[in-house]
Design a protein around this ligand. Structure first.
Ligand code: GLU
Length: 469
């Protein structure tokens, strides 16, 4: 059975790149009827926070990427938080030491750093080996460690040989012998390093496919060697391409919003974000672009992941969001849009009126946060706009004649026509002025939609104000 995992470090918000990794894992698990596992990689105690873990989960849930096993829902392969698995890593490290595949190091981090610098200054690669550390293993040092409550670090004996990775996305990647030296798997603070914890967990959690960002490609060499030392076949690896900003540089804060939470707060819809993210490095076999989660699941396959960098185009995401927004049931749109109106200081009293407003403004809106400004004039009088002198006669007469008209465009339009003709005013100029008087703006939805919805009272009141008394 397919078992995949998303393994975020809770050191910040869920970003677009992480969300895409989670999504690909989720889609693959659902397509293959496998399991999607959430593992929290929180062994960097200084940078990891519970609050971020909660936020990560909240963002994943909001996107609809629900996991089958994880710290909150449990499962047979737990615990799912690395900080709760330290004993497991220690046992595995000890096992490697016993088997002669790893060794204890009694050098202090500063001493290791010194060695590294010395090697570099001699023009050598900073590769460690067991002999280099032997001199530190003295009875005094062991006593010191004991007194300070430290544990010796554990270094893995990196076999000096070539490793070949057959990556689903990148193809064959050859890591030549001597690329790296021995490396630390357990630190003297008793905590594992990323590569070690990752392999132990992927092994014990029976992960079959590792789908992750290609920034981890170089780590895979260490991980392949570790699998070998445990005499385990490695999982299938699929390293997905980096996400770049429109300028071709790695996507970062400079490019604007990058966290899922920020997009949510701006009024993006989860279905739009999911659809858009799926296309960053993956493509539908028939080139379809607008895809529901169900369609994504049924058409997903790893062989359509692209090795080329994906460009994050905020404009396209926004366009896609507009599409989803316009096509959702009006009840749902109303429910989602309401908080954005409240935040903008607009109180919704009449639900039916609110829905009609959304219906006629939604063509002009791509994210929920744009709704209030696009439709504020439906709820509040805009700042009065003065009617030009030569147009005042038309508006005065209209005000009179419309008093007793039934408020439908069928009844209103003929009155407009008649009065315009009488005054010899050009329709284009009249309608422009009327729009400014009613909405305070130069553009917006069609007047034929605005006028009936605003109602007679407001219509006449705004004209009166603009006539100056
Ligand atoms: N915690 C790692 C990260 O956040 C996980 C990498 C992996 O998937 O192996 O990048």
């Amino acid at each position: 059975m397919v078992r995949v995992r998303f393994a975020p470090s809770p050191t910040g918000f869920l970003h677009v790149g992480g969300a895409r990794t989670a999504l690909f894992n989720f889609l693959f698990a659902r397509k293959e009827k496998g399991k999607f596992i959430l593992r929290i990689e929180d062994t960097d105690l200084e940078r990891s926070e519970r609050e971020y873990e909660e936020k990560l989960m909240e963002s994943l849930k909001w996107l609809g990427l629900l996991w089958d096993e994880g710290p909150d829902v449990g499962g047979d392969h737990g615990p799912y938080r690395q900080s709760e698995r330290v004993e497991i890593y220690r046992e595995h490290a000890e096992r490697l030491v016993k088997e002669g595949k790893a060794y204890y190091v009694y050098a202090y981090p500063e001493e290791i750093e010194e060695m590294r610098e010395k090697l570099l200054s001699e023009g050598k690669a900073p590769h460690y080996s067991q002999e280099m550390f032997e001199k530190f293993d003295t009875p005094e040092r062991r006593r010191e460690y004991e007194e300070k409550g430290l544990r010796p670090a554990v270094f893995f004996k990196m076999p000096r040989k070539d490793y070949v990775l057959n990556d689903v996305v990148k193809g064959e990647v050859v890591f030549k012998t001597g690329a790296i030296g021995d490396f630390v798997i357990m630190r003297s603070n008793g905590l594992p390093t990323y590569n070690f914890a990752c392999v132990v967990d992927d092994m014990l959690m029976e992960i079959t496919h590792v789908i992750r960002g290609d920034d981890h490609l170089s780590n895979t060499l260490r991980q392949l060697a570790l699998y070998e030392s445990f005499e385990k076949a490695p999982p299938v690896f699929a390293h997905v391409s980096t996400i770049l900003g429109p300028d071709g540089k790695k996507l970062s804060k400079r490019h604007g919003a990058t966290s899922v939470e920020a997009f949510r707060d701006m009024g993006y819809l989860p279905e739009a974000l999911v659809n858009y993210l799926a296309l960053l490095g993956w493509s539908h076999p028939e080139g379809k672009e607008l895809l529901t989660l169900e369609e994504l699941i049924s058409s997903f396959s790893l062989d359509r992941l692209s090795p080329n960098p994906a460009i994050f185009d905020p404009q396209k995401l926004k366009w896609m969001n507009g599409y989803y927004l316009r096509n959702m049931p009006i009840e749902k749109l109303a429910e989602l849009a309401k908080p954005f109106f409240e935040k903008a200081g607009i109180k919704i009293i009449d639900e039916e009126y609110f829905k009609k407003v959304l219906e006629i403004t939604k063509e002009r809106v791509e994210v929920l946060s744009e709704f209030p400004e696009e439709s504020r004039f439906f709820f509040e009088d805009p700042a009065p706009v003065e009617i030009p002198e030569d147009m005042k006669g038309v508006f005065s007469q209209l005000k009179e004649e419309l008093q007793n008209v039934r408020w439908t465009m069928e009844e209103i339009t003929p009155v407009f026509k008649k009065v315009l003709k009488q005054h010899g005013v050009k329709p284009k100029e009249f309608y422009m002025t009327l729009r400014r008087v009613l909405t305070g703006r130069e553009e917006g939805p069609e007047l034929v939609n605005i006028i009936p919805l605003l109602g007679k009272e407001i219509f006449l009141r705004r004209i009166e104000r603009s006539l100056g008394g």
